[in-house]
Design a protein around this ligand. Structure first.
Ligand SMILES: *Cc1c(COP(=O)(O)O)cnc(C)c1O
Length: 401
């Protein structure tokens, strides 16, 4: 591939005009939107409004006048469209870790036995299931990568699984897994962290009943943005979630003794929602208005292909699957991956590194062009071939990689 080929792809870009919603710094090519999405203007506007007009001026009245009370469900409704579910079946709040606990513990309280995570999946998912196991006495195990729901041993009913793997970007066939789960009488909790806002998810059509996802990756909600929970309407009314705080109560302001869950997904509320960061997330989701998720997914894959062909001369090993099964990022292996990523960051090309030797580059379609991605590849070739990354200043490890 040559620069002209990349430019030709940009001429047919359905999102060419969306980049102006993102005010990225000059000279930066941001290939880390899969880890922390940059702020879309509507997110910053919503944040400023919530801080100044709502909090600063209207003060406590904003719980009603700005509908702060309704914000978790309004935010959930915007996410619902992106993941292909009924808009009343998603609520924003807490973190992925906490929401995984609510769903899995709720299933265990409802009689499910045994929780499992695939080995090598995002660590917090396994850590939380370990904690649930210690608390409840239900067994926890790791199953082999890619084994899916068929890999659950006897005595295990629940699998927590990423729809897109955080390291490899492999996409799971959700419909096939759900069919298998139904046949075997098992349940899957989907972790959509690297899928929501990138993959054209159709969770309801595919038979998924439970999912969580992250607000600060492709949804661009900001650092530590609230996460979300999806629970299908057919199962939500009987669902008891254990973090039964007042914000999930049927009438929180009745201040009555005794917990009674709210109807629907509101019961997944626990404590007071973080209104400032949820306002930013709500605003950020506005950037997806009218956006066709099938086009988003297709462009992400095409950008990944552009990057891989740009760097083909390096003959690096990739742990990501071929284009058709790959989501929004590409992971390459190099023993000096950390230093190479640092040297690229020094040139304004921001990717990240995952232990022990994985360089990860994300291709968020709303603000990246093929030309940028091609040029990032050219710079990477130059950095590796010149050996410039061997400079000792690139070996210094930071706390966050
Ligand atoms: C980013 C990510 C998380 C983050 O969890 P938090 O509890 O919100 O910090 C969880 N799971 C996966 C797969 C992720 O990629």
């Amino acid at each position: 591939m040559q620069l002209d080929d990349a430019r030709a792809l940009d001429r047919n870009d359905p999102f060419a005009r969306m980049a102006q919603l993102f005010d990225l710094p000059q000279g930066v090519i941001y290939l880390d939107g899969n880890s922390l999405g940059p702020p879309p203007r509507p997110a910053l506007d919503a944040l400023a409004r919530a801080a100044q007009a709502e909090w600063g001026h209207d003060l406590i009245a904003s719980w009603n006048s700005a509908d702060w009370m309704g914000l978790p469900l309004r935010t959930g409704a915007r996410i619902a469209r992106l993941i292909g579910v009924d808009e009343a079946s998603v609520i924003a709040g807490d973190s992925v870790s906490v929401n995984l606990f609510k769903l899995a513990a709720g299933l265990v309280m409802g009689g499910a036995r045994g929780v499992a995570v695939e080995r090598g999946d995002f660590p917090t998912d396994g850590y939380v299931m370990e904690g649930l196991s210690r608390l409840s006495g239900t067994p926890f195990t790791l199953v082999e990568p890619g084994a899916g729901v068929a890999g659950l041993p006897d005595g295990y009913d629940v699998l927590v699984r990423s729809a897109v793997h955080y390291k490899t970007a492999a996409i799971v066939d959700i419909a096939a897994q759900e069919r298998e789960a139904r046949r075997l009488g098992k349940m899957i909790i989907w972790d959509l962290s690297h899928a929501a806002g990138l993959v054209d998810l159709k969770l309801e059509r595919d038979g998924a009943q439970y999912a969580v996802g992250c607000g600060y990756k492709y949804l661009n909600g900001g650092p530590g943005a609230p996460a979300f929970v999806y629970c299908h309407r057919d199962v939500v009314e009987g669902f008891a979630q254990p973090l039964s705080g007042w914000m999930g109560h049927a009438s929180p302001f009745a201040f009555k003794d005794g917990y009674k869950p709210a109807s629907g997904v509101t019961r997944f509320g626990a404590g007071t929602p973080p209104i400032l960061s949820m306002s930013a997330l709500y605003g950020a989701l506005g950037a997806f208005d009218g956006v066709d998720m099938a086009q988003v997914e297709a462009k992400a894959r095409a950008l990944g292909d552009t990057f891989l062909s740009a760097i083909a001369p390096l003959e690096l090993q990739t742990i990501s699957p071929p284009s058709a099964q790959r989501a929004g990022h590409v992971s390459l292996v190099h023993e000096d991956g950390y230093a190479i990523v640092q040297a690229m960051i020094g040139e304004g090309i921001i990717g990240d590194f995952r232990e022990p030797d994985v360089m990860r580059f994300g291709f968020a379609p709303l603000y990246l062009t093929h030309e940028q991605v091609f040029s990032a590849g050219q710079t990477m070739i130059e950095i590796i071939q010149s050996g410039r990354y061997r400079d000792t200043r690139f070996a210094q490890r930071n706390a966050v990689t």
